[in-house]
Design a protein around this ligand. Structure first.
Ligand code: PXP
Length: 244
């Protein structure tokens, strides 16, 4: 049965708007665990636009489920993954990263870079950390990921989520379903993520072979609105007690 892992990057995005302390992604991560998330994902970007190094360290030390660290395949990120003081991430997921992008735009190019990625991941695997590669639902990329010996891939669902018509969305979904089948036949475990929301998730309800759904933006967006009325009422109640 697939499980839900929550990406809390955008709680940190809101915090970084004011460079302050709230909302705290660590608190959100603990709340997500209490609500049933089976793991927490953070993407430590090179430009530190949302998650900060101390968030990773605190999550590694205090989460009760599992921490998945998304990162670019750089020396800096690998040393952070390996140096989390008391507990390392359960999994690292390698993603492509461009400073100018709003969010991760495409899958990692694995085909043709097998030797580099295998070497890059060797110390990660030696430390007992699982690895995953965020890739397009493309046969060559899936086969390359399997050749490297990664236990997991995460298939990019962004093109499916952004497809302009229902027919285009179905075609993207079919590509993903075929890639899941191929990956499973090659012994890979398969996660899905990017752009999944309360509507399009149903398209994967009947698809076997999915380990985890990685979801962030739609959950944070819904939390802002479902929590808005309560947040306004809390402030109004405080002000209502002030003298006339
Ligand atoms: N998986 C990867 C590799 C991502 O980069 C992201 C976005 O940070 C997600 C999953 C989650 O996507 P979303 O925030 O659209 O749910």
């Amino acid at each position: 049965m697939p499980v839900l892992v929550i990406n809390v990057d955008h709680v940190a995005t809101l915090r970084q708007q004011r460079l302050g302390k709230e909302p705290d992604p660590l608190t959100a991560a603990h709340m997500a665990e209490l609500a049933g998330a089976r793991g927490i994902i953070v993407h430590l970007r090179e430009d530190r636009r949302h998650i900060q190094d101390h968030d990773v360290e605190l999550m590694a030390r205090t989460l009760k489920t599992r921490l998945h660290l998304e990162m670019a395949a750089t020396e800096e990120m690998r040393s952070i993954a390996l140096s989390c003081e008391t507990r390392q991430p359960h999994m690292v997921c390698l993603v492509p990263e461009k400073r100018e992008e709003l969010t991760t735009e495409g899958g990692l190019a694995v085909a043709g870079r097998e030797a580099f990625l295998k070497d890059y991941l060797a110390p990660v695997h030696a430390a007992g950390i699982l690895s995953s590669l965020f890739i397009e639902a493309d046969e060559a990329q899936v086969r390359a990921a399997a050749a490297i010996g990664c236990p997991y891939i995460e298939l990019h669902t962004g093109h499916f989520a952004d497809a302009p018509t229902r027919a285009a969305q179905r075609a993207e979904r079919d590509k993903i379903v075929r890639a899941i089948g191929l990956a499973r036949s090659l012994g890979l475990s398969v996660n899905l993520g990017h752009g999944l929301n309360y509507d399009n998730i149903y398209d994967f309800a009947e698809v076997p072979g999915i380990s985890e759904f990685s979801i962030g933006h739609s959950i944070v967006a819904r939390a802002v609105l479902t929590g808005f009325e309560r947040a306004v009422a809390d402030m109004a109640a405080i002000i209502a007690r002030f003298p006339a």
